[in-house]
Design a binder for this molecule. Sequence first.
Ligand code: GDD
Ligand code: MN
Length: 374
Amino acid sequence: MDLSVIVPTFNEGPNVAELVRRTTAAVPGRSVEIIFVDDSTDDTPDVIRAVAGEASVPVRLLHRDEPVGGLGGAVVDGIRAAQSDFCVVMDGDLQHPPEVIAELLARAEVGDADVVVASRYIAGGTSEGLANAVRTLVSRGSTMLTKAMFPRKLHNCSDPMTGFFLVDRRALDVEGLRPRGFKILLEILARKQMRVAEVPFSFAARFAGESKASFSQGLRFLTQLTMLRFGRMSAFAVVGGIGAVANLLITWALTGLGVQYLIASVIASVLTIVGNFLALEYLVFADMRAESGLMRHRFLKSFTFNGIEALVRIPLLWLLVSAAHLHVVIATALTLIAAFVVRFVYHALVVYAPKRSRLAQMPLPETLEDELAA
Ligand code: GDD
Ligand code: MN
């Protein structure tokens, strides 16, 4: 097998036949397989099976009942299942022209690169197929931000946001990846220094159907970026910081409306505690949810922590000020920092602890060290 083409799909039925036809035609005389890693909720799996029956190359379907990690998780599962070490990752909507696969493969076979990126942003490439001016701006802006945060690792990559690339699996630490959301290439390039080569391509308009990109994917991307660069703890801190500011704003707005200040403060606290918990669930600890039991149990544990924290922190503050004679601002800062560290450790090790039965199946316990390594 010269090449495995991995195609993540979510409700892409009308694109499948055309994609298989063009991919097969793109690399004549080479032995290639196409793996659809499918999380669809419609009839896409049936379409894939039907097309597979007619195809002249092996077409495999990996349907996932538990779509862990979304698009990125699907790609990693595809890489694991691939017959070849040369894995091309390509969208299932034909925005990535399959004809470019031949160039990716030829470039990889030179033998001096671990990843060959199909880039919209080098000479000969275009991003015309992006749906509108806003998407173009978001793509350009996030590319710049990302490159600025990983100047060395992304030095040779002009398009870390692309979903079209070839990776040599032998250069990859598959188990070390923490895929979440859309930007799997970024995950691959930021974890480890890779030798990157590029070929240009023109990002096309969708063949059929509509994009699954969304605002929540955008939030997920920003969390991924923060966690890759600064570790999970900093994403946790950002969420906490936003919560604190939101708490102030809500209290301020409610008292402005004439609500009594203690009542305003209770409402603001409840809202931010719930908001904070949801941000931890869906952003900071999203990759650990599946393993750590029921959401309502996690909420109870997290909520209880907030109560106990207040009960412990305020007497401690009193001790620091009256017994240790610290300035009240310094004492408050110390208790808040201590509470932050304890809060993070508690959430990482208790609230999101993997359940025992699952633990046995896991290859390696995830260490804090690994998470904190920048
Ligand atoms: N298996 C699986 N699971 N596939 C998914 C999921 C999911 O949860 N969500 C989306 N996909 C598939 C889609 O079916 C499609 O084949 C591909 O991932 C890309 O999704 P689109 O909905 O077409 O998103 P896009 O065009 O906005 O984003 C693409 O373009 C970006 C460049 O601007 C993605 O390829 C990005 O990776 C790429 O960076
Ligand atoms: Mn697309």
